[in-house]
Design a protein around this ligand. Structure first.
Ligand SMILES: [Zn+2]
Ligand SMILES: [Zn+2]
Length: 378
C-alpha cells in the first residue's frame, strides 16, 4: 500500500495556512493520542504516528516546500533513518500545549511511544511492559466520581538485590562488554568485513555481572508482587476512557524504568437511566387525564432525589420533558447535563363503572364535534 499524502492524512487542503495545519493536528492528536484515544490502541498508535509525521513536515516551511516539490522522496532523507521515527519529531511543545500538564506527570508523555512497549535502551536497560486493567463502574460512580484501591499483580524490582540480580546487590562491571551491554563483532566474508553490534552474551545486556545470584529473585532482578494502587476516577468519565498511571506497570529489565498501567473504564448499564453524553434519559408513565389536563408527577433522579416534574396540559405520547441540571457532570467542569423524560402514556386495561361513564360522556362530547361517536356505540 502506498504512503498516504500528508495533506490527506491531516485532512487539510494543499494551500492550508500554518494555523489550519496546527488546528487540524490539534484535533487529530486529541483523537488518536494513545493516552486519550477511545479507538483500538494499535490502530490509534499507527494513526498518531502518521499524523505526527505529516505535521512534522507540513508545520516546517522548508520541509513543506521540499514535500510540495518532490513528494515523499523530497523529505524522507530529512529523517534520520531514511523514514520518520519519533526521534525526528520536533514538536513536543505543541503536544504539551494540547494535553497540558495532565499527561506529562511522572516523566515524558512519550515514554509509552518511545519505549514501544519495551524498546532496548542504551546500556541494555529496558523499560518494563505496560499493563492493562479493566474496571467496571456504575452510573452513580460517573455521577460522583470514585476512588478505589485495586490489586495489580506485576513484577517489581527485587528489594534484596536492588534489582541488580547479584546477591546483596554485589555486582561488577561485565568484563566482556566493559559495561556497555553490547558487543561488536567483526565478520569477514568474500564481500568484505562486516561489523555488527549484538547484546552481550555474558550479561544479557545489563553491562553488569555477579559472582553469586541473588537467592530471592534467582538473579532475575525482579520479583512478582501484588501492588495496591489507588485509582481516582473523575466524575463525568465516559465509557471506554483510558487512564495512564505512570510507572505502575512491570519493572524494567537491567535497571530500566517500569512500564505504565493503563486503566480502561467500562460503565455498566443502569436499570432506569440510559446515558447520552452528560444527559440522562428515562421513561415515565403518565395517565390519559394527567397528559390531557396537565399534572405534576414525581420522578426520582440518579442523585436519588425526588423531584416534581410538570407535565403540561396536552402532553402527547413520547413527548420529551426536561429537568435541567439533573444529568451527569461534564468532565472537568462544574456543570451538569439534563435529565430527559420520555412520556409513556398508559392506557388502563380495566375501568370502573364510573370511569366508563365518564369516558363515554367524554367520547360523546368529542363525537359531537368530530362525528366519531358511532365507533364507540355497542
Ligand atoms: Zn556484558
Ligand atoms: Zn534479587
Amino acid at each position: 500500500m502506498g504512503k498516504r499524502e500528508y495533506y490527506e492524512v491531516m485532512g487539510v487542503s494543499r494551500d492550508a495556512s500554518p494555523e489550519e495545519v496546527k488546528k487540524s493536528y490539534r484535533q487529530l492528536a486529541r483523537k488518536y493520542h494513545p493516552d486519550v484515544t477511545t479507538e483500538d490502541p494499535k490502530v490509534a498508535e499507527e494513526r498518531f504516528k502518521e499524523i505526527s509525521e505529516a505535521y512534522e513536515v507540513l508545520a516546517d516551511v522548508n520541509k513543506r516546500k521540499l514535500y510540495d516539490q518532490y513528494g515523499h522522496s523530497g523529505v524522507d532523507s530529512q529523517f534520520s533513518g531514511g523514514g520518520f521515527s519519533w526521534d525526528d519529531f520536533s514538536h513536543y511543545s505543541d503536544l504539551n500545549d494540547i494535553f497540558g500538564g495532565n499527561f506529562s506527570s511522572g516523566g515524558s508523555i512519550f515514554d509509552f511511544l518511545f519505549s514501544g512497549g519495551g524498546r532496548q535502551r542504551r546500556g541494555g536497560s529496558q523499560q518494563g511492559s505496560s499493563l492493562r486493567y479493566d474496571i467496571e463502574i456504575t452510573l452513580e460512580d460517573v455521577l460522583n466520581g470514585m476512588e478505589q484501591e485495586v490489586s495489580i499483580p506485576r513484577s517489581v524490582a527485587c528489594e534484596d538485590c536492588n534489582g541488580t540480580g547479584g546477591k546483596d546487590g554485589n555486582v561488577t562491571t561485565c568484563p566482556q562488554c566493559n559495561g556497555n551491554g553490547q558487543v561488536q563483532q567483526v565478520r569477514s566474508s568474500t564481500f568484505g568485513r562486516f561489523m555488527s553490534v549484538t547484546t552481550c552474551p555474558q550479561c544479557h545486556g545489563s553491562g553488569r555481572t555477579y559472582a553469586e545470584a541473588c537467592p530471592q529473585c534467582k538473579g532475575q532482578g525482579h520479583v512478582q508482587r501484588t501492588s495496591r494502587i489507588d485509582l481516582d476516577i473523575p466524575a463525568g468519565v465516559e465509557n471506554g476512557t483510558r487512564f495512564r498511571v505512570p510507572g505502575a506497570g512491570d519493572a524494567g529489565a537491567h535497571g530500566g524504568p517500569p512500564g505504565d498501567l493503563f486503566v480502561v473504564v467500562h460503565v455498566r448499564q443502569h436499570d432506569v437511566f440510559s446515558r447520552e453524553g452528560s444527559n440522562l434519559w428515562m421513561e415515565r408513565d403518565v395517565t390519559f387525564p394527567q397528559a390531557t389536563l396537565g399534572a405534576e408527577v414525581e420522578v426520582i433522579t440518579l442523585q436519588d432525589e425526588t423531584v416534581r416534574l410538570k407535565v403540561p396540559a396536552g402532553t402527547q405520547p413520547d413527548e420529551v420533558l426536561r429537568l435541567r441540571g439533573k444529568g451527569l457532570p461534564r468532565l472537568g467542569s462544574g456543570s451538569h447535563g439534563d435529565m430527559l423524560i420520555r412520556v409513556r402514556l398508559v392506557v388502563p386495561k380495566k375501568v370502573t363503572q364510573r370511569q366508563r361513564e365518564c369516558l363515554e360522556a367524554f367520547a360523546e362530547d368529542e363525537g359531537k364535534h368530530k362525528g366519531f361517536l358511532r365507533f364507540l356505540k355497542h
